[in-house]
Design a protein around this ligand. Structure first.
Ligand SMILES: *Cc1c(COP(=O)(O)O)cnc(C)c1O
Length: 375
């Protein structure tokens, strides 16, 4: 490993903390001194600030991103056997909660360029039992929401946007209008897992909606199904955003756009370094979305991904495969049907380090070693 280069991390939370330490420490100390660890005032403050940032009427904090998907599906009253359409190429949580609630996950293919759910595949998968669509805004850019909302309106379906990887991205409508990712469907759900673009210092998640009734229902479901203390009209869950996490998030929310622009400059650097390569597809930027680069994911076309990975590792360059096994081939979610694009992606994608704290020399080192590794 090049001695001039410090340890390269996939995500550098340490350097980011050191940069924001004064503010974060003060915010955390305030919570600890108040001892209001649950339902402290910082939770409401953060929910309000995030609602303003997103341009959403309601934000409801919860314990993690997986819970946020579950709470949305429970609050929408989805019933056993209802079909929920989602992408075959995603993190397991999306399909997991559908199955957990005894709904039926219906997986559909993704677009080979943007890797987000293919609207024509959604349309083809609709049956009389279909109740909802869960598009995933994968790796930091929005799925084709305009097409998805059209299908949803035509078939009277709910749309739950899995916005865990794209918070802060803009969806750009054909008429040029913009909305924040997660605010176009019936409900948006997100995760504040530490490595996400807006990450806390533990687990956290949130839901957003413009529907007053649904917001009330989601708050109730997240709080043991109670509307008034000790009155339980429905079965709920216990899923709260801790005050300490809300305090950290409220500090980091101010920097979310700055984080995105730092990530984008890393992506621009890589794009430029890998321009014109025949055997590598750099991330395709969708026309209808800004990209906040939760991941920088390449597609290697020579079928040599695992060798490339090994070479990078010997040089001290971490890298990841999001995602190595398609959902339809996971034992828990075995699905008949053919998903050739998803299978191709699982075999050939490679994500390079991307975060908010890179220096140019490190990026040069990574890019040069990558160019060596694919030779
Ligand atoms: C991270 C993630 C989740 C789950 O979030 P957790 O906070 O880890 O529960 C759900 N969906 C997607 C697409 C994710 O990336």
């Amino acid at each position: 490993m090049n001695k001039a280069v410090k340890e390269i991390r996939m995500v550098d939370l340490k350097l980011q903390y050191q940069r924001l330490k004064a503010e974060i420490d003060a915010a955390m100390a305030e919570v600890i001194n108040s001892t209001q660890f649950i339902k402290g005032p910082q939770v409401k403050t953060f929910e309000n600030n995030l609602a303003t940032y997103l341009g959403a009427k309601h934000v409801i904090g919860c314990a993690n991103g997986t819970d946020s998907l579950q709470i949305a599906m429970m609050a929408l009253g989805l019933q056993e056997g209802d079909e929920v359409i989602t992408a075959s190429f995603t993190y397991v949580a999306t399909a997991e909660v559908i199955a957990l609630l005894k709904l039926k996950p219906v997986l559909v293919e993704v677009n080979p360029d943007t890797f987000t759910i293919d609207p024509s595949a959604i349309e083809a998968a609709i049956t009389p039992k279909t109740k909802a669509i869960v598009p995933v805004h994968l790796f930091g850019q929005c799925a084709d929401m305009e097409a998805i909302m059209k299908i949803a309106a035509k078939h009277n379906l709910y749309v739950i946007e899995d916005n865990a990887q794209a918070i802060g991205a803009d969806y750009i409508f054909t008429n040029g209008g913009k909305k924040k990712s997660g605010t176009i469907g019936t409900v948006g759900s997100t995760s504040f897992f530490p490595s996400k673009n807006l990450g806390c210092y533990g687990d956290g998640g949130a839901l957003n909606t413009n529907d007053d009734e649904l917001a009330k229902k989601m708050r109730m479901v997240a709080n043991h199904g109670q509307s008034i203390q000790y009155v339980h009209d429905e079965i709920g869950v216990n899923s709260r955003l801790d005050t300490l996490q809300a305090a950290v998030l409220d500090v980091k929310l101010k920097y979310l756009d700055d984080f995105a622009s730092r990530r984008r400059s890393v992506a621009d650097f890589y794009d430029n370094a890998f321009k014109g390569l025949q055997n590598v597809q750099t991330p395709v930027r969708a026309q209808n979305s800004s990209h906040v680069f939760h991941q920088y994911t390449l597609l290697l076309k020579d079928g040599n991904r695992d060798e490339v990975r090994k070479k990078l590792e010997t040089k001290g360059i971490p890298n990841m495969i999001y995602y190595p096994i398609p959902l339809h081939k996971q034992k828990a979610y075995l699905t008949a049907g053919s998903f050739p694009i998803t299978e191709e992606l699982c075999k050939n994608v490679l994500s390079l380090p991307i975060h908010t704290e890179f220096e140019k020399e490190e990026l040069e080192f990574i890019a040069n070693e990558f160019l060596e590794a694919i030779k």
